[in-house]
Write a protein that binds this ligand. Sequence first.
Ligand SMILES: NC(=O)c1ccc[n+]([C@@H]2O[C@H](COP(=O)([O-])OP(=O)(O)OC[C@H]3O[C@@H](n4cnc5c(N)ncnc54)[C@H](OP(=O)(O)O)[C@@H]3O)[C@@H](O)[C@H]2O)c1
Length: 280
Amino acid sequence: MKIIITGATGLLGSEVSLYLKEKNYEVIEWNSKNQDITNINDTIKNIKKIKPDVIIHLAAFTNVDKCEEEKGKAFLVNTQGSWAIALGAKEVGCKLIHFSTDYVFNGNKGTPYYENDLPNPINYYGMTKYLAEKKIIETLKKYFIVRTSLLFGKKRENFVLKVYEKGKRKEEIKAPIDVITSPTYVRDLLLPIENLLRSEEYGIYHIVNSDYCSRYDLAKEIIEIAKLNCEVIPITQKESIWKAIRPRFSALNNTKYELTFNHKMRSYKDALIEFINSLL
Ligand SMILES: NC(=O)c1ccc[n+]([C@@H]2O[C@H](COP(=O)([O-])OP(=O)(O)OC[C@H]3O[C@@H](n4cnc5c(N)ncnc54)[C@H](OP(=O)(O)O)[C@@H]3O)[C@@H](O)[C@H]2O)c1
């Protein structure tokens, strides 16, 4: 099976690439340097040249605050770039596995979101990702849209790593108590992605570690697991330095994925212990 991975240098993409190469899939790794997806014609031309069986589309402008400031770039990469990938996939008739976010929701529901809950993004990143979902659904039949949230792993800066590093330096950590979601370990998405590679049960799936927590609770758990000696101070989102507003409750419900693929996602708490211990 020949697979293009876009965003192969990213937090999730680097793990996906490694995992699939180890399993002897033929993997073509794209990043912003060797294939800028904002160059539509070139992107489609190269998909046609490679003729993949599957594209795993992980490339995105993921800095939520910067998306608010650089709206043009956010639209070009997240929406238009994803549309170009979908157009290329259509040309060659391949399957597309596209990654999206819990930030397509406004966070007002109060219980974990299902795939058929209505998106209503409240920040620009969420808007560009929601528009990408719509273009993919309009363009293709053979698509998986995977919504996930608050990824943690080793490859690049993320909330969990940042808290851990600050804790090691004994710096004070402030984290919002009123922003709740499902933290997800990138390695726990590897088996789900492999399941999708082999599946024809197309559609939207929420795939996250189970259970959810506030950023404050998560920061406290990280410090406890790592046995670090530093203070975690609860703040509200309004008191944070964020430029973009985050949904106050954007936990996702995994049931559709778990029943379709007979695979139970473990709690983020177990994943967090494994991840933090791998850093010690
Ligand atoms: N991180 C999260 O917490 C989170 C939460 C929910 C959903 N997601 C979604 O999950 C997916 C993976 O996220 P991630 O956090 O792993 O991403 P990431 O670490 O920010 O990596 C982004 C990747 O996209 C590539 N890229 C950026 N602009 C590009 C362009 N113009 N053309 C081609 N490639 C470009 C980057 O390449 P370079 O290395 O060359 O710059 C990099 O490989 C994304 O779709 C994201 O929206 C992420």
